[in-house]
Design a protein around this ligand. Structure first.
Ligand code: DGL
Length: 260
């Protein structure tokens, strides 16, 4: 049985790379729903519909543990998937998201002024504010949507992405930490660090490996079901030349296949 990683596009490859570095022994299946990107500008119903299709695909392809590496899909669908879908459709499968591990890291050392930059749908859900204030009711959260950033990254236009980061950084100068609340943003984390040298930038590629390691240590019933074959499969719902170029930033020899 494999670890499945799902994202709305290629951004989740950043998280997959971090997971593989931390836990190389397992078999991974990545599925990016690039045909429907961006999720961040869609309605909650549409995001749920596409995410459920992706869950069914990963379950049908032998995933025992699924990480929803997409912040937008986590924000809008994780609760429904964990509480309503999985118990009926596949009770032996575990599905985890990226928001809770990120919030835990962002509030370390008692930080109370936290920024979040994310997609429209993630900001609309207010999931980060809700979860941050559950951990610390005094936390002041500044959530801002940057809908132009994902398309620039997916188009491999990093000059444009740098300008967009410069524009949005002004919102977060008073924060102690800034959550990059979108799986694509670790690809431009250096721009955020240059713009905001006094703010701790919380980048999911730097925390998910340790969080998954910890989870598997605490859940031997999942860990023992995972096969140790060092295999990696990367699939997208639409594969084209641009997708390959972005994927190659992360994995030089990637074989990005069209999902069937
Ligand atoms: N991967 C999504 C996220 O982490 C962003 C891309 C999209 O809008 O689909 O929020």
């Amino acid at each position: 049985m494999k670890i499945g990683v799902f994202d709305s596009g290629l951004g989740g490859l950043v998280i997959t790379k971090a997971l593989i570095e931390a836990l190389p022994q397992y078999d991974y299946l990545y599925y990016g729903d690039s045909a429907h990107l961006p999720y961040g500008d869609k309605t909650s119903g549409t995001i749920l519909n596409y995410t459920l299709q992706a869950m069914k695909y990963l379950i049908a392809n032998d995933c025992k543990l699924i990480i929803i590496a997409c912040n937008t899909a986590t924000a809008i669908t994780l609760r429904y998937i964990q509480q309503r879908f999985i118990p009926v459709y596949a009770p032996d499968i575990k599905v985890l998201g990226v928001v809770i591990p990120t919030v835990e890291v962002a509030t370390e050392q008692n930080k109370t002024r936290v920024g979040v930059i994310a997609t429209n749908a993630t900001v609309r859900s207010q999931i980060y504010t809700t979860e941050l204030q559950k951990l610390n009711p005094n936390c002041l959260v500044t959530e801002v949507a940057a809908p132009e950033l994902v398309p620039a990254i997916e188009a491999n236009d990093f000059a444009k992405a740098e300008k967009i980061v410069h524009f949005y950084a002004a919102n977060f100068r008073d924060c102690q930490s800034l959550i990059l609340g979108c799986t694509h943003y670790p690809l431009v984390k250096d721009y955020f660090r240059q713009e905001l040298p006094n703010v701790e930038i919380v980048s999911q590629d730097e925390l998910m490996g340790a969080k998954l390691t910890d989870y598997l240590q605490r859940h031997p019933e999942i860990e023992t079901a995972l096969t140790h074959g060092y295999k990696r499969e990367f699939q997208v719902s639409r594969s084209d030349e641009k997708a390959h170029r972005v994927a190659q930033i992360l994995f030089d020899d990637i074989n990005l296949r069209q999902a069937v």
